[in-house]
Design a protein around this ligand. Structure first.
Ligand SMILES: Nc1nc2c(ncn2[C@@H]2O[C@H](COP(=O)(O)OP(=O)(O)OP(=O)(O)O)[C@@H](O)[C@H]2O)c(=O)[nH]1
Ligand SMILES: [Mg+2]
Length: 339
């Protein structure tokens, strides 16, 4: 499936550090001074290419369109002892959670998980020395200078793994996007058909005046997602770093599925993707409570799945039932209380 070009979470780039400027060969020229001193200046250093994590960015889209990052070369040195100016570096912003990898080996070179954390992707070359710098007591008039060093040229793979406190997982149409819209400022598309959400969304949930947490809504999962069914497992990596998992289960699922079937399938998909996912603290959110006539489905769910009652909360994302309680419970779980 071709991903829409708004959210890009994997991209290969080439970073070019600027070359160093050349050193200069020059001699002082003055009237009545037959052999002036050497005065060739040094070349300027080439600029670096630096990647910096920015918490306000969610996509690597810019790099998809501009995969080549070229820093400026240093200026050549000049006569009269003038050093060339350093080349301008490039400071590119990447979303927090970007892994910088070697595309050949997959080795992680840096994990930019903190806001404003930086990584020098390609170093600029050093400027060459001008002839003035070679003057010694035995060599008064050197006629040589050094060329600037070449800047580094590095191919890198940027891979984004979102950093959020809570990750929402659920079948398509379970109401994940409705929920994230109701509890946070995120406004993903909501519709009564599966696979409405095609890219992950991040939202900030305010618990009270001084407490907040972040939630990631990822596209719906179906059986076989870890083997790429539906929109595939590609998005599962965006919940690998969340502290807790929030399963969103439709109390009135499609077809002949029961809510407990949905949970069991999701659990298996997460386990097959990465075992660590099912070891995280979790809550099960039984959504669409407004459609129930009695609590029978809720009791059945607990019985059939063996999930502890205190880890299950029934809500209506659409009508706003129990959402405050859910937010508080999730915040406690994130803070390690009540596990
Ligand atoms: N009755 C009722 N309908 C709901 C509730 N929550 C969501 N819905 C409806 O369920 C449908 C799917 O909601 P979405 O929020 O788009 O579901 P989703 O889980 O994000 O779906 P995908 O993006 O396809 O994975 C929409 O028509 C919503 O209006 C709820 O609490 N009660
Ligand atoms: Mg959605």
């Amino acid at each position: 499936m071709v991903k829409p070009k708004s959210f890009i979470d994997k991209v290969e780039i080439v970073a070019y550090g600027g070359d160093g400027g050349n050193g200069c060969v020059s001699f002082r020229r003055e009237k009545y001074v037959p052999r002036g001193d050497p005065n060739g200046g040094n070349g300027g250093n080439g600029g670096d290419v630096v990647l910096t994590a920015d918490k306000n960015l969610y996509t690597l889209l810019d790099f998809y369109y501009n995969p080549q990052l070229k820093a400026e070369r240093g200026e050549n040195g000049k006569g009269k002892m003038m050093t060339g100016e350093d080349g301008k570096g490039i400071a590119s912003k990447v979303p927090v959670g970007t892994l910088v990898k070697d595309p050949e080996t997959g080795l992680v070179l840096c994990d930019l998980v903190r806001d404003r954390q930086s990584y020098i992707a390609a170093k600029g070359g050093k400027g060459g020395r001008g002839n003035a710098s070679f003057k010694t007591s035995t060599e008064q008039a050197p006629r040589y200078a050094v060329k600037g060093k070449q800047g580094e040229c590095v191919r890198l793979l940027l891979e984004l793994k979102l950093v959020a406190d809570a990750g929402l997982v659920g079948f398509p149409n379970a109401g994940k996007s409705t929920l994230i819209s109701a509890i946070s400022s995120a406004r993903p598309k909501i519709a009564d058909y599966p696979f409405t959400t095609l890219v992950p969304n991040l939202g900030v949930v305010y618990v009270n005046n001084d407490k907040s947490f972040t939630v990631a809504d990822i596209p719906g999962l179906i059986k076989g997602a870890h083997k790429n069914a539906g929109l595939g497992h590609d998005f599962l990596r965006h919940i690998e770093r969340t502290r807790i998992i929030l399963y969103v289960i439709n109390l009135k699922p499609f077809e002949n599925r029961k809510p407990s079937d949905e949970y069991k399938i999701l659990y298996e998909e997460l386990k097959c993707h990465k075992k660590e996912l099912i070891e995280k603290p979790f809550l099960v959110i039984l959504n669409k409570l407004d459609l129930l006539e009695n609590r029978k489905e809720i009791d059945e769910f607990i019985k059939e799945t063996g999930v502890k009652k205190k880890s299950v909360i029934a809500v209506s994302a659409k009508d706003g039932i129990n959402l405050e309680k859910l937010v508080e419970q999730a915040a406690d779980l994130i803070e390690n209380k009540n596990i």
